[in-house]
Ligand binder design. Structure first.
Ligand SMILES: C[S@@+](CC[C@H](N)C(=O)[O-])C[C@H]1O[C@@H](n2cnc3c(N)ncnc32)[C@H](O)[C@@H]1O
Ligand code: SF4
Length: 447
């Protein structure tokens, strides 16, 4: 059981422990023995509002900070093989799912726009024709980078009703970008952003990173000001995280102080510019009448409760009881081996989950709590009761410590993080991990 001492001492440590964006983390996944037969698994799951995610693990460069599953050592031939494998996997998965509807679709990476245009088109067709996603009716998001978001590819995305483009900029200061081994010039970034704006995508998201080598609070604010000139509907402010096997490294207290100062100043600036804070990293500006493709009859995806179908080598899939994916690596050799194995996967093998994490009743509750609490929705205790048939404070008595430490406040049935709590989201997230997940993550050997 977690204790107040535990949370109190954790709060005194660095606020930057681990980026908690899903639960459990992929490093808690293990080989499933025996493998799980997917038709039976998915037959148990409500399939009327699924999230379809397609993962493209290719980039034009390997940024020094990046710990995502992606590679630069690829050629056109390999990318064609990858897309053909995706097609095979999609056909099998469609048969596995049977009657299903998709409420959202995203193409992520890596950098999806690194694919040659004909392959990008094939990916959109896989979603629409093979999987049956109604692209005109559901929100669709695609990740792009400044160098690869060319006019023809953006036009293609727009003509397939993509309504959100998310671009990694990281910084508008050339020297800061250079220090991360990212090949990108601010002139090019500005040209790409102008192009995206001109094409009229309803939602533009811009990613920025704070805590970069050579960055100060002043240069950070300059980057945010430069971002604001393009009036993005969404902005993500990521604290730089460094992991072993990624290029950059620093662990001192001074770095924490810089990141905390950047977070606070950046947040204030965005709030003063009319953005609302959705989570520690995400800020949104919703104008009247602006919105996604969502048609009134479309199902609405709820990330705490609904399933996700991941296609592609680095994608995860979720049902209520099982999270699964391929194996995970960050180093070039590990990634290349996993990719080779993916393109050689036999069709029948796509009907099985070989690697993942089974969520028992407690883990399902933890996941629900984590995803709710770390967003501006907060944790709705009545919805929790409806979902699990139990009381959140009886299930997790340690929750009262969040209130005692001024990390959360309670308003009727909703528990929400305070300003201080949002700032400590990554600590609170990690504190909510079960002992089992913590142990698995610690024992995981990063490849
Ligand atoms: C898939 S990338 C975005 C699209 C594209 N690949 C690009 O970089 O332009 C996702 C985002 O995660 C963030 N990110 C990746 N690794 C990070 C790290 N170690 N620390 C902080 N942010 C990170 C970056 O802001 C990046 O834009
Ligand atoms: S930040 Fe983006 S472009 Fe850079 S390596 Fe990661 S996924 Fe690729």
């Amino acid at each position: 059981m977690l204790t107040i001492q535990n949370l109190k001492s954790k709060i005194a440590e660095s606020p930057y422990q681990a980026y908690v964006y899903s639960y459990p983390h992929k490093t808690a996944y293990r080989p499933l023995t025996p493998p799980v037969h997917l038709p039976e698994l998915w037959a148990q799951q409500d399939r009327q509002a699924l999230f379809l995610y397609i993962h493209i693990p290719f980039c034009e460069m390997r940024c020094g900070f990046c710990n995502l599953f992606t590679t630069v050592s690829h050629n056109e031939d390999f990318m064609s093989q990858y897309v053909r494998t995706l097609q095979r996997q999609a056909q099998r998965m469609k048969a596995v799912l049977g009657d299903a509807s998709f409420a959202r679709f995203a193409i992520g990476g890596g950098t999806p726009t690194q694919l040659p245009i004909q392959h990008l088109e094939t990916i959109l067709n896989i979603a629409e024709s093979t999987m049956g996603a109604k692209l005109l009716e559901i929100p669709i998001s695609v990740e792009v980078s400044p160098e690869t978001a060319t006019e023809d590819k953006l036009k293609l995305l727009r003509s397939h009703a993509v309504d959100r483009v998310s671009i990694g900029v990281q910084s508008f200061i050339d020297s800061e970008v250079l220090a991360t081994q990212r090949r990108q010039s601010t002139t090019q970034v500005e040209a790409t952003l102008t192009r995206i704006k001109e094409m009229g995508f309803p939602t533009l998201n811009i990613d920025l990173i704070y805590g970069l080598p050579g960055q100060t609070v002043n240069t950070w604010l300059q980057s945010i000001q430069a971002t604001l000139r393009f009036q993005p509907e969404e902005i993500y402010l990521y604290p730089l995280y460094v992991r072993s096997l990624t290029g950059l490294g620093r662990t001192d207290r001074e770095w924490d102080d810089i990141r905390l100062a950047c977070y606070r100043e950046g947040r204030s600036l965005l709030l003063s510019e009319g953005y609302t804070q959705v989570s520690m990293r995400m800020f949104r500006r919703l104008e009247e009448g602006q919105g996604s493709n969502l048609s009134p009859s479309s199902p609405v995806y709820c990330c705490q409760a609904d399933g996700m179908i991941g296609l592609g080598c680095g994608a995860r899939s979720y049902t209520n009881t099982l999270h699964y994916s391929n194996e995970y690596a960050v180093g070039a050799k590990g990634i290349s081996e996993i990719l080779q194995a993916y393109i050689q996967t036999a069709d029948e093998s796509f009907e099985y989950a070989h690697y993942g994490f089974q969520l028992n009743a407690e883990e399902q509750r933890r996941r629900y709590i984590l995803l709710s609490l770390l967003s501006d929705e907060g944790l709705n205790c009545a919805s929790y009761r409806q979902q699990f048939g139990s009381e959140v404070y009886a299930d997790f008595p340690e929750f009262s410590e969040l209130l005692a430490l001024n990390l959360a406040i309670k308003d009727e049935d909703i528990l929400q993080l305070t300003e201080f709590g949002i700032e400590r989201s990554d600590t609170i997230g990690a504190w909510l991990f079960s002992e089992k997940v913590q142990e698995l993550m610690q024992d995981y050997e990063l490849k």
